[in-house]
Design a protein around this ligand. Structure first.
Ligand code: ZN
Length: 322
């Protein structure tokens, strides 16, 4: 208490006398002290906050961290989607389209709908504008790629259906069991076995015993079934569409009427020795748009005799090729 009191030496009587300030001044002093302590408190609070942050700020900081995490996870998902779409595009370009003999989609069409400088103008000027624009552009690329891919797949599916129909109609198998020996092929014969004169042979002969089952080699319609006076004897001609016809000659028996729709593997007759033939065999011929084709190019050669008879049995039980 003493320290707070001020004394003055009175030179008149050499006595220390306590200084008593006027009330107003004392009040003023108290007020200044009060103000100073308030100021100090504020300074301390400010310092504390700037160093450690307020609880509310802490909460906000946490939320910001969470959002950042979610944002980067979303970014990773976007990149994954882009990778997926790219692999779809690749399989589209190097697998499906070449197999189905389709043109590839022009790059300009694939890239339509993304890019452009002014596209993201409304996203400019924010603290994280670069990131926002990057994400937004990725989303646009994904949307556009997905749209193109969807269109591409429906085109591929359509073409695949057509392609399968076409493949089912093409002569693809051997008309008789593959264990049988091939006779004369598609070649020029110096001496025809019956006529004895040089002649072009436009088909493939199969040296098969009399009465061997003969099968349709592809889906189609029987357009000839009967006697051929030009040398084929009993013969069957099947129109497979796409300009392709197959002829089966020298038959002993015909099992199908003209006009019947047949599937690959269907039994159409039995081999024989009718017409201009020097011994039991099947003459098999393929013509495309009126041109004779070498049947050997139409065979699926990598099939064993067992596989072939299994296939024919499957045809017989199902009545058609899958
Ligand atoms: Zn022949």
């Amino acid at each position: 208490m003493f320290r707070n009191r001020k004394y003055i030496l009175d030179m008149s009587d050499l006595q220390f006398k306590q200084i008593r300030l006027p009330f107003k001044k004392r009040l003023m002093r108290t007020f200044l002290w009060f103000m100073a302590s308030v100021m100090m408190t504020l300074v301390y609070v400010f310092l504390f906050r700037s160093l450690f942050g307020s609880p509310k700020e802490k909460l906000l900081e946490q939320q910001v961290e969470n959002l950042k995490l979610q944002f980067s996870l979303a970014g990773r998902e976007l990149d994954r989607s882009l990778e997926e779409l790219n692999s779809f595009r690749l399989s589209d370009e190097i697998r499906y389209r070449p197999i189905l003999d389709m043109d590839s989609i022009p790059g300009t069409y694939r890239k339509a709908g993304f890019g452009g400088v002014d596209r993201y103008r409304e996203l400019a000027g924010y603290a994280n504008s670069d990131l926002l624009i990057l994400y937004r552009s990725k989303i646009d690329v994904i949307t556009s790629m997905a749209r193109v891919q969807k269109e591409s797949y429906s085109a591929i599916a359509e073409r695949a259906t057509e392609w399968k129909i076409e493949k089912d109609h093409q002569p693809y198998i051997s008309p008789v069991d593959v264990k049988y020996r091939l006779g004369d092929g598609f070649k020029f014969r110096e001496k025809h076995p019956v006529l004895g004169t040089p002649r072009m042979h436009y088909g493939q002969d199969f040296e098969v015993p009399y009465g061997t089952d003969v099968h349709a080699t592809g889906n189609g319609t029987v357009i000839e079934a009967g006697w051929n006076s030009m040398g084929f004897g009993n013969f069957v001609v099947i129109d497979h569409g796409y300009g392709i016809r197959t002829t089966y000659g020298h038959l002993s028996r015909i099992n199908v009427p003209k006009g019947l729709k047949v599937k690959r593997g269907d039994l159409i007759g039995q081999s024989g020795n009718t017409g201009t033939s020097s011994g039991p065999h099947l003459h098999y011929q393929i013509d495309q748009f009126g041109q004779h084709k070498n049947p050997i190019n139409f065979f699926n050669n990598d099939m064993s005799a067992e596989e072939y008879s299994e296939m024919i049995q499957t045809f017989a039980s199902k009545g058609r090729l899958r």
